[in-house]
Ligand binder design. Structure first.
Ligand code: NAD
Length: 259
């Protein structure tokens, strides 16, 4: 991994959703490197246990649990299990998300089933509520908490490479973030969002090379982002270095779609 290797998150307990792949996996690893105990939560039981075991073999303090973030009861069970293993979670990274494609293309509004719409809303939006709902009472009690929600540049710009449900949920995450920042700030809890551009993960590889080349051509830094670059932004936003930053949406996009 590139970048800083300080222990600024030593003593913290961080829960990362969607931690088995892509950006979530990079975030989990980055917090390990920076000294935190890390709880990995993912719907994919095999992949999350492989990730967890690989980190544990490197000597990091980790625990993992399979759960579907769209299901509140599953989230509660996972949070209880992870908390009893690692201690009270003070940092939540709501990263799990889906961007389904139809034959490599985003669904048009008329080809999107109501079931698909609800499925995406359930994971990308309700999932973030579910984890914040489950973990914030403890943060309030401790008078300390940090939450980062994963939005996207698609939350505030038209992107032809994603579909309406995806953009709608990523915009809603911004409203959710600002509201929570206002509501939880007096309790010592900072809430921010990240808005990645195109980051090289399995999600991005689900569209054509041409589509990604077109994004690169429109990006001032002329490349796609790396998962660890999003992870570094998450670590910054939950560190003491950003104690006075809350309710903000930070693009990690190489300047693509500056707004
Ligand atoms: P990814 O597909 O590589 O990983 C997503 C992870 O979420 C997977 O491990 C998957 O198993 C997990 N997941 C899916 N549904 C779940 C559920 N119901 N419950 C628990 N876990 C579930 O995706 P990624 O590219 O790493 O994206 C991570 C986040 O970043 C998403 O919220 C995505 O919308 C956002 N994002 C990604 C990009 C990008 O370019 N990759 C850009 C902007 C925003």
């Amino acid at each position: 991994m590139n970048g800083v290797n300080n222990l600024r998150h030593h003593g913290r307990v961080v829960l990362v959703t969607g931690a088995a792949s892509g950006i979530g996996a990079a975030i989990a690893e980055r917090y390990c490197v920076e000294g935190a105990a890390v709880a990995l939560l993912d719907a994919d039981e095999v992949k999350v246990s492989q990730r967890g075991m690989a980190l544990r073999e490197q000597g990091y303090k980790v625990a993992w649990h399979q759960a579907d973030v769209s299901d509140f009861a599953q989230c509660e069970i996972a949070c209880q299990a992870l908390t009893s293993e690692l201690g009270s979670v003070d940092t939540l990274i709501n990263n799990a998300g889906v961007s389904p494609k139809h034959d490599g293309q985003p669904a048009s509004i008329w080809s999107m089933s109501p079931e698909e719409w609800n499925w995406v809303v359930g994971i990308n939006l309700t999932g973030s509520f579910n984890l914040a709902r489950a973990l914030s009472p403890n943060m309030v009690e401790q008078r300390y908490g940090r939450i980062v929600n994963m939005s996207s540049v698609a939350g505030s710009a038209f992107l032809p490479i994603v579909a309406a449900h995806y953009s709608a949920t990523k915009a809603a995450i911004i409203g959710f973030t600002r509201h929570l920042a206002g509501e939880l700030g007096p309790h010592g809890i900072n809430v921010n969002a990240l808005a990645p551009g195109r980051i090289e993960t399995p999600m991005v590889k689900s569209v054509s090379d041409e589509a990604n080349e077109a994004v690169i051509a429109e990006t001032p830094l002329r490349r796609l982002g790396q998962p660890d670059e999003v992870a570094q932004a998450a670590c910054f936003l939950t560190s003491n270095e950003s104690d006075f930053i809350t309710g903000q949406v930070i693009d990690v996009a190489g300047g693509w779609l500056m707004r």
